[in-house]
Design a protein around this ligand. Sequence first.
Ligand SMILES: C[S@@+](CC[C@H](N)C(=O)[O-])C[C@H]1O[C@@H](n2cnc3c(N)ncnc32)[C@H](O)[C@@H]1O
Length: 245
Amino acid sequence: MILCGGLVAVEDSGLTCARRHRIVWASGMCFQEVLRENENVTEAGAPQHDWDDSYAGPPPPWDIGRPQPALVRLAEAGTLTGALLDVGCGTGEHTILAARHGARALGVDVSARAIETARRKAAARGVDASFRVLDVLRLGTLGETFDTLVDSGLFHVFDDATRGRYVTAAHAALRPGGHLHLMCFSDHQPGDRGPRRVTEDELRAAFGAGWRIVSLAPDRFEINPGLGTPTAEAWFADVVRLAPR
Ligand SMILES: C[S@@+](CC[C@H](N)C(=O)[O-])C[C@H]1O[C@@H](n2cnc3c(N)ncnc32)[C@H](O)[C@@H]1O
């Protein structure tokens, strides 16, 4: 990977195969870089060490040191309860938020560095939350199902093929009637800096059979200063996993 002066963070575009690219977030600019084929990939096709690299320097754009306001609203409404799994939890803000609101909260992420930070934060704040290094496509290895899944910023990292596998893994990890609360980058966000944009139609297609979309509305991600914008357009979805017929 390329690390150069002024670079504040990197995010994988989620494209796979021979023409995988990486979006590089640098101060005021965005670059795309072609990655080597089959470079140390996770099951998801995301270069594992790249996500760890995202957490090596200053906090990446999404790692704002507090939970996203949209998820705080959910927690305050009493929605983040029961056995809860935060997928792609990063440094754990939403896992910690849920634990503080009474959930038995587990956060998983492919980045060992992010998980280490999440554990440290939870301990420093006296919060009983659990964390594991895990590829979300291997959720089955946990051997348990959850009442609630939270995804802040993971769905949009996957390419089309992996997106389907993510949806299957999320379905298997939720009990029937369980909710997935998902926030992803929106096609309403202008320009091409940052992660892949997701359209409303793509979300509705991804959560078709086996799911019911309770709500799907525009929202906003707060992001770190330095990228020229304090917030980014998002979609926020509440999706219920249906029981098999
Ligand atoms: C945009 S960040 C969001 C992090 C966190 N949810 C937050 O709001 O701060 C996406 C996260 O997904 C993680 N990730 C990427 N691919 C993953 C996978 N296949 N399984 C689990 N985590 C993954 C990355 O390491 C990163 O922490």
